[in-house]
Design a protein around this ligand. Structure first.
Ligand code: GCB
Length: 614
């Protein structure tokens, strides 16, 4: 792999055309705390499995003026011409409560994967000479956005934000916003067709009209560097972005950084961190009010300062080694019918189970970027975060467009969250089979993540440890050379024929002087099914015994720096249909409604002991 040419990193990403094609047109950093108007709430929705709204009955694509995104008010048009024929009527279609996946408002659509039309009418906020952006927190998987009968843009990728400048496209009254959301996955999408989770198509995160001055702060990256400085890279967008005075202040630390943007609208500032700085950590999740001002624009954020590094096989937070006491989490709120509606309350409930219930300090946000609500909550509660993009299983590693989609996705994820102290690891993929094409694909993403954010660790969840015999495993994946932390998913004792006795005795070797974490291990159990004597699979007892055996194995691995077992709570998966599962992956330590299984206490006790050892 070392000989494979990777993505050529430019000295300054901003100067490089290749980067320009990959990073989003507008970062709109801190968008969730900016001035704006929410468009969340009631939207009409209308299902379109044959894509009739985009092409005629022979599949010939419509011109925009003939699509369902055209600015047609069918009710009005039918009044004007009572004989007019329309086979759709978005303005009188049923109402959905946005954000949220369609199964949240139409349970019949549980396994629907295809095109859905959404429509919202709204009056524009007063422009007052400002710029107005239409921002989507996420729409799963592909979105085409029409405003007042025009296509204003498209976006691929179900879990990252995107925004369009609509300043000149809004009318004062009765704007017609139509979004075609297509949840179809193919072998070329990220993730590909088959995953072990449900798709949850729809407009899944908030939609907002964000207002900014004409020239505004599009991006800032504020952090504590390894050599003890507070650094800020600020990028302005707009006609007056050059030669602007920029100030970054942290009033509680009496810290003020000042500078002037260059011709490219960017400036990099830094100063020695004040002696009184309280570093962010899971035990002390101190956040500071930080204000960035430039010209007429001003942003306020809550930012923590900490460093994260590796040294040999250790992970070092703020200069001290630390064991990651984690768990994996899908983006599903508690309850019998999750619909990916992550509110601060839902996120707090989930993360609190990890932090106080399990005595954890770490969460793997699997298998895609979770809501910014969650990464902010992790900052506030004090939980380290592994953040990943859904390059999963059989992703198409040979197709350049698929690589570009993944590159764009990781850029969008990093640019959204690189001011969150909680996030310490960017992961580029999960359980991908080794091949030259895959090594190049993931190596490229690892390199890009490093270029966009040199202050965090890069990892991937690998399942490609080599077994040298029933109880002897070596890490051989060549991708490990490109990672700061090696993630390994291990399921011995659940998948395969090995017994729990084999698991206990297993010895691990690594060719790399790097930290390894178990990014996954787990076993299924139906809450309430007890079988202490037989220990059949899917009993709580077997799951608890499996955890005990795996933790015993873990204790004998000198280079193990943490773990995020699979998974906090049961989650929906159409692949899981046996009598215990009924459409749920039952590897949760909690049932779908939050009841604790026996294994929850096994891991909680283990972590409590580990926390005491530090
Ligand atoms: C894995 C996958 C995860 C699955 C899990 C399982 O290795 O990364 O997405 O849900 O195993 O339950 O098999």
């Amino acid at each position: 792999l070392a000989a494979t040419p990777l993505y050529a990193a430019p000295a300054s990403p901003a100067d490089n055309a290749a980067y320009a094609a990959l990073v989003p047109a507008y970062v709109l950093v801190n968008a969730d705390r900016r001035e704006g108007v929410s468009l969340s709430g009631p939207w009409h929705y209308s299902v379109d499995p044959y894509r009739d709204g985009q092409a005629d009955f022979l599949g010939r694509p419509f011109k925009v003026s003939q699509t369902r995104g055209a600015d047609i008010n069918v009710e009005q048009a039918s009044r004007d011409n009572p004989n007019a024929l329309y086979e759709y009527d978005l303005g009188r279609a049923p109402l959905a409560d946005i954000p949220g996946s369609w199964i949240g408002y139409d349970p019949q659509l549980r396994y629907y994967n295809g095109l859905m039309w959404y429509q919202k009418r709204f009056d524009a906020p007063a422009a007052d000479g400002k710029r107005i952006f239409l921002r989507f927190g996420a729409a799963d998987y592909r979105a085409t956005v029409y405003l007042n009968g025009q296509v204003i843009g498209e976006h691929e990728g179900g879990f990252t934000p995107f925004a369009f400048d609509v300043t000149d496209k809004l009318r004062a009254k009765d704007n017609n916003l139509v979004v075609a959301v297509d949840s179809t996955r193919t072998p070329d999408t990220i993730p590909p067709t088959v995953t072990d989770w449900e798709t949850y198509g729809g407009i899944t995160r908030d939609v907002t009209l964000v207002t900014t001055p004409q020239t505004y702060i599009d991006d800032d990256f504020i952090r504590l560097t390894k050599d003890g400085r507070i650094a800020a890279d600020v990028a302005l967008e707009g006609a007056d972005k050059a030669d602007q005075a920029v100030e970054v202040s942290v009033p509680a630390l009496k810290l003020m950084l000042k500078g002037t943007t260059g011709a490219d609208g960017r400036v990099s500032l830094s100063a020695k961190a004040p002696a009184g700085l309280k570093r962010w950590s899971p035990d002390t999740p101190t956040l500071y009010d930080v204000r960035v001002t430039a010209g007429a624009d001003s942003l306020s954020d809550r930012i923590g300062f900490r460093t994260i590094e590796v040294k040999g096989s250790q992970i070092i937070l703020n200069g001290k080694p630390l064991f990651l006491r984690g768990i994996s989490l899908h983006e599903e709120e508690f309850g019998p019918d999750p619909s990916r509606r992550i509110t601060p309350e839902a996120s707090r409930a989930l993360l609190t189970e990890i932090k106080t219930g399990l005595h954890g300090n770490f969460v793997r946000l699997a298998h895609y970027p979770h809501s910014e609500v969650t990464t902010r909550m992790a900052d506030e509660l004090g939980l380290l975060v592994w953040s990943e993009i859904p390059v999963y299983w059989s992703a198409n590693f040979t197709r350049p467009e698929t690589l570009q989609a993944a590159q764009k996705m990781i850029a969008e994820n990093i640019l959204r969250d690189r001011n969150r102290a909680a996030v310490v690891i960017w992961s580029v993929g999960n359980e991908t089979p080794i091949s030259d094409a895959r090594n190049h694909f993931l190596g490229t993403l690892a390199q890009e993540a490093h270029d966009l954010d040199g202050s965090r660790l890069i990892s991937a969840a690998l399942n490609t440890a080599t077994s040298n015999g029933p109880n002897d495993i070596s890490i051989k994946d060549p991708l490990a050379a490109y990672l700061d932390v090696i993630g390994i998913n291990t399921y011995n004792g659940w998948y395969g024929n090995g017994t729990l006795e084999d698991v206990r005795k297993t010895v691990w070797h690594s060719d790399y002087d790097k930290p390894m974490i178990f990014s996954e291990f787990g076993a299924g159990a139906k809450y309430g099914y007890h079988d202490p004597a037989q220990q059949h699979r899917f009993s709580e007892d077997y799951q608890a015994s499996y955890y005990k055996a795996t933790l015993e194995m873990a204790d004998h691995i000198p280079f193990l720096a943490g773990m995020s077992p699979w998974i906090l709570k049961d989650f929906r998966s159409p692949r899981r249909q046996n009598t215990w599962q009924q459409g749920w992956n039952r590897k949760g330590l909690l049932s779908e409604t939050g009841q604790r299984k026996q294994a929850f206490f096994v891991l909680g006790d283990y972590y409590q002991k580990k926390a005491g050892e530090k």
